[in-house]
Design a protein around this ligand. Structure first.
Ligand code: SAM
Length: 274
């Protein structure tokens, strides 16, 4: 995608408000973002110089999780909630490299993602994009694209990677996940990455980042506690190593460098419905 230019922005994209997808794109080093998006990250950078690591570790977890599920399970259906803007190594590219007929449905409700996602993510006959609000599980699962393209009587891998920390508590994130789990069959897996308040000496950093994100032009970014995040896997059996910082979830090799404090403030896990 080319760099957005305010002069050529479609009218339905409000460039005075930050978008979660474009803020994330900026944090990942992408070019599909505006000044208002960059401002959010730059505000956080003042107290957390390594803020980009939140996005980088989240994305690296997504890629490792997709690879793991394609090699270690027989799941070939993926529902990627909150796809984000297309980047390198999108879910379908990772899983279809290993299982070429894996089906992937991406869901997002950001106007920028909707504008570009369908064109860029629907790369082949096994990949679809649909616009829906992922806080509404029944609407997502009853969406005609999801219904036509995935067989919801067979196990599905549902991704909520870097998404639920953008839900308010009033959205009842645990109930949202409970409903996804209820609706999907035994054998389905649920991968979640979420901003984390470790409730230790890193708590102050987590809470300060939260305050900046929530009061920034993006307006969201909750750092939840372990018990709050455990509640996002209702009744599921956690796959080893459970809920850990993203960078510790089956890393690609031994860790040679010391982690930055922000890396202890985002966790991930995968649960399976037995
Ligand atoms: N999952 C991708 C990843 O981990 O690389 C993208 C993460 S990005 C931080 C979060 C994405 O979730 C954004 O594209 C945003 O538009 C989307 N999102 C947030 N809330 C949403 C909602 N209620 N409905 C649909 N999409 C949502």
């Amino acid at each position: 995608m080319s760099q957005p230019s305010e002069g050529t922005t479609p009218a339905y994209i409000d460039t005075s408000k930050a978008s979660i997808a474009r803020v994330y794109d900026y944090a990942l080093g992408g070019k599909d973002n505006y000044a208002v998006d960059r401002e959010t990250i730059e505000r956080v950078r003042k107290i957390a110089p390594e803020v980009n690591e939140l996005a980088v570790d989240n994305r690296a977890f997504l890629i490792r999780a997709a690879r793991f599920l394609s090699t270690q399970t027989s799941i070939t259906q993926f529902l990627d909630c909150g796809s984000g803007l297309p980047t390198a190594e999108n879910t379908h590219q990772v899983v279809q490299r290993l299982q070429p007929e894996s089906r992937v449905v991406y869901v997002d409700n950001d106007p920028t993602v909707i504008a570009h996602g369908r064109a860029l993510l629907e790369e082949n006959e096994f990949t679809r994009f649909t616009a829906a609000d992922i806080r509404r599980p029944d609407e997502v699962l009853d969406d005609p694209v999801v219904q036509d393209f995935l067989d919801l009587d067979r196990p599905v891998a549902l991704f909520q990677i870097g998404t639920i920390h953008h839900f308010d508590d009033s959205d009842r994130p645990q109930e949202v996940m409970q409903r996804y789990v209820e609706r999907l069959p035994v054998g389905s897996v649920f991968a979640v990455a979420h901003f984390f308040d470790p409730e230790n000496e890193d708590s102050d950093l987590a809470r300060r980042m939260e305050q900046i994100f929530v009061h920034s032009p993006m307006g969201s970014g909750r750092f939840r506690t372990r018990s709050e995040i455990e509640g996002l896997f209702p009744g599921l059996e956690m796959i080893n190593p459970g809920i850990v910082p993203c960078y510790q979830w089956w890393p690609d090799g031994p860790q040679l460098r010391t982690e930055d404090p922000v890396q202890r403030c985002i966790v991930a896990g995968i649960g399976i419905k037995r």
